[in-house]
Design a protein around this ligand. Structure first.
Ligand code: NAP
Length: 312
């Protein structure tokens, strides 16, 4: 055994997740429940939708791009329940209302809303255009509020309970250099969880947050992917391959699998989590808590992103 082998055996990292297709919740937990996922046609939103579908839910997925929604609808339909794809820009409250109308017609008022849609790209704050700021804040924070407000209005009118899960990001607490717009918007999303859980608890509506850690997926934007690749070019990180690429930079010694976020979402909205509300659950292998005894050298964001000096 070499020193490297011995070190690998002594530091296995957090165990790999259970296989795709399994679940901790009883079969049929979501039978008869409609689950609406914004941004459910791609990446983590699609992975979350899939876990609800495996447990019997009917799905409604909503986002702007019809093509992607249709492809995801066909993929998700294989898992069992009905899947309805509704094109919608969540920044527009009228389109948001139409999503709920379409959902009611197809399979009933959603009992669960997952606010997963968001926009994000890294940019030094001094280079950020007013439009870039507005777009990210409008989609991530304002869009989340419009969706949640519509969900609550319909449940209050019907006198029915419901569960909202807002997908957040850990830089809501820590700040996110290079992501000032998204970090500010996610801090707002986290605050909504805490305000609305109290406002709507008396009506039976739970509002929780769910924060993913580094969970690479095939739909990651070129911007985000490019920055990850710059940090750790190869090999491709995988939740089943500890110490590989970016995984070796996490306390878990591996990256997260999108299904791990899906499992957490299905728990938070389930009958087994009815007394949990106003809470934000972080699923990131403790990466956001990481500190070093001695801090690494500071590298300005422009340098981290391979950008030259600022030009006005
Ligand atoms: P993603 O692949 O970029 O997906 C974003 C989704 O939002 C897309 O489906 C997009 O669909 C939709 N969307 C964007 N703007 C919209 C709008 N105006 N109206 C309706 N839908 C809109 O993101 P992801 O990596 O799966 O991340 C999902 C969530 O997890 C996000 O909230 C993100 O902030 C959070 N998160 C992810 C990670 C990670 O490691 N991936 C880490 C921390 C937090 P259209 O383009 O069709 O509209």
């Amino acid at each position: 055994m070499t020193d490297d082998d011995a070190n690998e055996a002594a530091l296995p990292g957090l165990p790999a997740p259970a296989p795709l297709g399994t679940s901790a919740l009883p079969e049929g937990t979501y039978d008869g429940v409609t689950v609406l996922v914004t941004g459910g046609g791609t990446g983590l939103g699609k992975a979350i939708a899939a876990e609800f579908a495996r447990l019997g839910a009917d799905l409604v997925i909503a986002s702007r791009k019809e093509e992607r929604l249709k492809a995801a609808r066909d993929e998700l339909a294989v898992l069992g329940g009905r899947v309805t794809a509704v094109p919608c820009d969540i920044r527009d409250p009228e389109r948001v209302a139409e999503v709920f109308d379409a959902a009611r017609e197809a399979c009933g008022l959603p009992g669960v809303l997952v606010n997963n849609a968001a926009a994000n790209f890294p940019v030094p704050a001094e280079d950020m255009s007013p439009n870039a700021w507005r777009a990210v804040v409008d989609i991530t924070l304002t869009g989340t509020f419009f969706m949640t407000r519509e969900f609550a209005r319909r449940h209050l009118a019907a006198g029915t309970p419901g569960s909202v899960i807002n997908i957040g990001a850990s830089y809501a607490w820590t700040g996110g250099p290079g992501f000032a717009h998204s970090a500010a918007a996610k801090a707002g999303v986290r605050s909504l969880v805490e305000s609305l859980a109290v406002e709507w608890g008396p009506y039976g509506i739970q509002v929780n947050g769910l924060v993913p850690g580094l969970m690479p997926h095939e739909d990651m934007t070129a911007d985000i992917r490019g920055n990850l690749d710059r940090a750790a070019p190869a090999p491709e990180p995988s939740p089943d391959e500890p110490r590989q690429g970016l995984g070796s930079r996490q306390p878990a010694l591996r990256v997260g699998a999108p299904r791990e976020l899906g499992w957490a979402a299905t728990f938070l909205a389930s009958p087994y989590a009815r007394f949990i509300t106003g809470h934000t659950l972080v699923v990131d292998g403790a990466n956001w808590q990481r500190r070093s005894l001695v801090s690494p050298e500071v590298m300005p964001i422009r340098e981290q992103m391979g950008r030259g000096p600022f030009e006005a």
